[in-house]
Design a protein around this ligand. Structure first.
Ligand code: AMP
Length: 292
């Protein structure tokens, strides 16, 4: 496995692969890798001839009061995990390599897709995400790119960008990988103290209670479901950032549940902000992004 730090080297290697007719899979990450990331890498290795993983903590997608400075960085362990999973290249550019003149031209997300959930709570976040993903797509030129359902809204804005700007890449969305108690794996789980780690299961508990109400009780009223979810989070000592129930593609809020919906939740456990979501079909229960 090769570690590449320069854009020019990455592009040169991509040129060689193009001449050899290789199908290239790509997994963009911010590092501090866990089983969730590795599931994406393994999918790419299984489906493509070559797999590139990028590790880049992108300053553009962090707000001024967010955790850019303290975001966990551990290149060596990450590279070892990628190698074990069968990746061919780990691309690790510096901030200067990615933004040699600072940030200038940016990619704006479709406004309708960022008016709620993390888009509303983290202004500019998805602009940062799309700008770096567009740049990485241009550098790596993948045939296929892999993203996690864990960041559901991110999947939607990237899908829209690929459509609107004609990026020649196929997107694959992979279901969320969870800890045995249901907590979605996340690099940010490392911030949690032992006590907070116990509390953090409330996100998944609230989501599964919503599913139970929709499927078993045939509850359609979003306000009632959200109320119950709030109680679960607050009883556990979490501070709700948002709970939203939206249509899977448009991300428009729904008031009455008639078809499949995405239930998104963001909660502060202490000072750590965690997000999660599930997709629920009223007559089938939880379904995953690959079934949409
Ligand atoms: P990040 O390093 O947090 O930017 O994540 C990189 C990629 O891994 C994104 O596409 C995430 O959605 C995905 N990812 C993160 N956590 C998980 C998880 N628990 N299960 C599946 N995919 C994940």
């Amino acid at each position: 496995m090769q570690i590449i730090r320069k854009k020019s080297e990455m592009k040169d290697l991509r040129g060689i692969w193009a001449r050899e007719g290789r199908v290239v899979g790509f997994v963009p990450t911010m590092g501090a890798l866990h089983k969730g990331h590795i599931t994406l890498v393994e999918r790419s290795v299984a489906e493509c001839d070559r797999t590139v993983v990028s590790i880049f903590v992108n300053p553009l997608q962090f707000g001024p009061k967010e955790d850019f400075g303290k975001y966990p960085r551990r290149e060596k362990a990450d590279c070892e995990m990628c190698e074990k999973a069968g990746a061919d290249v780990v691309f690790i550019p510096t901030v200067e390599e990615m933004y040699p003149r600072g940030s200038g031209t940016v990619v704006e997300p479709h406004p309708a897709l960022v008016s709620g959930m993390c888009g509303a709570k983290r202004p500019g976040h998805f602009r940062g995400v799309l700008t770096v993903v567009a740049k990485l797509f241009n550098i790596v030129q993948p045939n296929v790119a892999y993203f996690g359902q864990k960041d559901y809204q991110q999947c939607c804005v990237i899908e829209q960008m690929v459509l609107d700007l004609d990026f020649p890449v196929k997107l694959v969305f992979v279901p969320t990988v969870r800890e045995p108690d249901g907590l979605a794996m996340s690099s940010r789980n490392e911030y949690l103290s032992k006590e907070e780690r116990k509390k953090s299961v409330c996100l998944y508990k609230a989501l599964k209670e919503a599913e139970r109400m929709i499927v078993n009780e045939k509850e359609k009223e979003v306000s009632k479901i959200v109320e119950r979810m709030k109680e679960i989070v607050q009883e556990a000592g979490g501070r709700i950032d948002y709970i939203e129930i939206v249509e899977p593609k448009s991300l428009r809020k729904v008031e009455s549940i008639e078809e499949s919906v995405v239930i998104g939740i963001a909660v502060f456990i202490g000072s750590t902000r965690l997000i999660d979501n599930i997709i629920v079909c009223p007559n089938r229960g939880e379904i995953f992004c690959d079934a949409l």
